[in-house]
Design a protein around this ligand. Structure first.
Ligand code: SF4
Length: 702
């Protein structure tokens, strides 16, 4: 593991003329310094999250700023059906006309808006306002629905607030035992591994629960290699052993929680040999993990997309929270429960109103007081703000149905949506699709108009990293001639729709200052965060309710923001995945990320050095599975599910369970694993089941 991580970390000395900003990709938001000529960035040693380290994605990120594929002019489909350059004036006219026509014929909600977890806080906030005030549609959601929605729903249920990590990453280094469930930071955010390595150097123990023996799992002292989709049973079994062996924190449970007896009654049914049968994890390993956690002076339980991207995702996350509460971890020094956010602004992007059921500050859109507060900030009547809309997957499922026109910013759903062929079919039936992007992504390729957007190093704004730390994205150079920032695009479009008076900002900081007021009193209160305070302190942790407030690095130290002030246990029972292997589709299919690609790959697939490292998606098979199906390492095969088929190269590895195939999801078209995934949704979070479905393998030419 060490070799791979070190290979991906670059600590070049910063140039004196470099601007300090942050990597555009994942939620670690590594500090980087970059010069105006956009030469390779170097890690910013002053930023106390990555401490100067970058992964290979970070130090190659600037190559895209001058990439030949970069979109530099707005484009509109011409009479021959081809996308051709047009002026901004023409393209705005076309968009406004298309949206007006769709709404006049089919009602306001016939126009949908989809945002992304990579948008700055200012863009996410403004996009939510644009949907409600300029378009007056209820139908806005974002791609974080596919990422953090289960963790977010579980955290709100249990703790009363959703901040992925309610403590700084530095605390990880001091935890004595860490349980990492369905997370692979050694590939997804390598610089984070420095904290796990420090914990280990201090004598700490790392336990990884994952169906794959990932690079992270290889670095752990204990690997619980569970069957995909059995996370709640695993956590239930661990809780059973903790209770049975007297390892729970009874004083904490009594004083700081509620609902323990119901959770205990369910845990009583997860006796270890039953859990071994459900999960495939040996009873002795379960006992070792439970005892390590129960006997530790400090411990952390961290989840990621493994347990969360399931149709039981909220229940799975709650089952790990139950464990953390039984051990008395949340709010205790060097301990706690956290969910590792994935996308660059996956945290801030889920707080300020681009979710279907949400207003800024993590307010609910169906809360009358919240509606009134935000209506006053926006200068509209409360009754003008639409109610809750459809979640991302439901919105995508309505394309070409009652959603007739769509505006999307930075959401390559043709690659990232589950059951992608269905979604692409719907998008092709739309009357009008408008995509704002940097490149002609698989989604932009289908659009009627495409808007060239400014990239990270060409814009100002703020992001909120996985710790809830609000940080500054700084402009290094202006965007190329003809390219606009999404903030300008939203404001110009609002003006074309006759709502420009609500979108008057002299600069991006004014958008942030309005966001601060809109968030005041909400769960994610940014009202005391200023750009100056961020500059002076390497970021500010929310909540920060006034300008004199220093921000809140650690939550839950004294109480939880629930009505009782206590955290809540939940009685969680394991339920099978929506689709399990059978005679026709005999293997589990699970999906995830690889080191050198990011999300839908629209950016990272264009970087030569990253493509050399991960050129194509490989389907990982265990040697015994390869033997059973007559597969050779490197041959191309078809994987087939009830939803479709796609082609992958076989990679034979002992790093995967014999009953499971793993495929990364960063590619589109024939190589799109999301043509195969199941769109079964969690009933609470509306998270699709990316992590489990049933698959069969077909040899090509057979
Ligand atoms: Fe850091 Fe993530 Fe960027 Fe890698 S991709 S440099 S881990 S922010």
């Amino acid at each position: 593991m060490q070799g791979v991580i070190l290979q991906t970390i670059n600590k070049q000395k910063a140039s004196s003329v470099a601007v300090a900003t942050h990597c555009p990709y994942c939620a670690l938001q590594c500090g980087m310094r970059i010069t105006r000529d956009a030469a390779a960035p170097s890690g910013d040693e002053a930023f106390p999250v990555n401490n100067g380290a970058l992964c290979v994605k970070g130090w190659t990120a600037a190559e895209l700023l001058n990439h030949p594929d970069r979109l530099l002019r707005p484009m509109k489909r011409n009479a021959r059906g081809a996308l051709a350059p047009v002026s901004w004036d023409d393209v705005f006219k076309a968009i406004a006309e298309a949206f007006r026509t769709a709404q006049a014929k089919h009602g306001r909600d016939a126009v949908g808006v989809l945002g992304g977890g990579s948008l700055t806080n200012e863009k996410a906030y403004l996009l939510g306002k644009f949907a409600r005030v300029a378009l007056r549609t209820a139908n806005i959601d974002y791609n974080g629905r596919f990422c953090m929605s289960s963790a977010a729903a579980a955290a709100i249920k249990a703790f009363g607030v959703d901040r992925g990590l309610p403590f700084p990453v530095a605390d990880i280094a001091r935890a004595e035992v860490i349980l990492l469930a369905g997370a692979n930071p050694a590939e997804t955010m390598p610089p984070l591994m420095q904290y796990f390595e420090r914990s280990r150097a201090n004598g700490g123990l790392l336990i990884v629960a994952d169906p794959r023996r990932t690079i992270t799992a290889q670095s752990a002292q204990l690997h619980l290699r569970l069957i995909p989709g059995t996370d709640a049973a695993l956590a239930g079994g661990l809780l059973h052993i903790l209770i049975r062996d007297g390892l729970i924190d009874e004083a904490y449970i009594r004083e700081r929680t509620e609902g323990f007896n119901e959770a205990k009654a369910v845990a009583a049914t997860y006796w270890p040999d039953r859990v071994e049968r459900i999960t495939g994890v040996a009873e002795a390993q379960l006992a070792r993990a439970a005892h390590a956690l129960g006997n530790a002076r400090s411990a952390m339980i961290l989840t990621a997309r493994g347990p969360e991207q399931q149709s039981q995702g909220v229940g799975n996350a709650l089952s790990f929270i139950n464990l953390a509460l039984a051990l008395g971890l949340p709010g205790r020094p060097d301990s706690g429960f956290g969910a590792i956010t994935g996308q660059g602004n996956g945290q801030g992007g889920r707080e300020h109103g681009q979710k279907a059921d949400q207003l800024p500050g993590y307010r609910r859109i169906d809360d009358p007081a919240a509606r009134l507060h935000v209506a006053r900030v926006w200068g509209v009547e409360e009754s003008e703000i639409p109610g809750p809309g459809r979640s991302a997957n439901e919105l995508l499922g309505s394309l070409g149905g009652d959603i007739k026109a769509l505006f999307t910013i930075g959401f390559n759903f043709a690659v990232s949506a589950p059951d992608a062929s269905q979604v692409i079919g719907g998008a092709q039936r739309l009357d009008f699709l408008c995509a704002s992007d940097f490149f002609l992504s698989e989604t932009a390729r289908m659009a009627d108009v495409v808007l060239p957007a400014a990239m990270w190093a060409e814009e100002e704004g703020t992001m909120t990293n996985l710790e809830g730390r609000v940080i500054r994205r700084r402009r290094v150079k202006p965007p190329p001639l003809g390219v606009k920032s999404d903030i300008e695009i939203i404001c110009d479009l609002a003006a074309r729709l006759g709502r420009g008076r609500y979108f008057q900002y002299a600069n991006v900081e004014e958008v942030f200052n309005e966001l601060r007021i809109a968030s005041q009193g909400g769960a994610a209160d940014y009202s005391g965060v200023t750009w100056q305070k961020i500059e002076a302190n390497q970021g500010v942790y929310w909540p920060c309710p006034n300008e004199a407030h220093p921000g809140t690095p650690r939550l839950f130290t004294h109480s939880f923001p629930t009505s009782s002030g206590r955290a809540r246990f939940h009685a969680v029972r394991h339920a099978p995945a929506a689709e399990e292997p059978d005679a026709e589709y005999p293997l589990f299919l699970t999906t995830g990320r690889v080191l050198a690609q990011y999300q839908s790959g629209a950016q990272t697939r264009r970087i030569a050095r990253l493509s050399e490292m991960n050129a194509d998606p490989c389907a990982e098979f265990h040697p015994r599975a390869a033997l059973a199906y007559g597969l050779r390492d490197g041959e191309t095969i078809n994987l087939v599910t009830r939803r479709g088929s796609a082609k992958f190269k076989v990679k034979v590895t002992t790093g995967i369970r014999e009953d499971t195939v793993f495929v990364p999801f960063h590619w589109g078209d024939e190589q799109s694993v999301n043509r195969l995934t199941n769109a079964a949704l969690d009933p609470v979070s509306r998270m699709p089941e990316f992590k489990v479905c049933a698959v069969r393998v077909e040899k090509l030419g057979a």
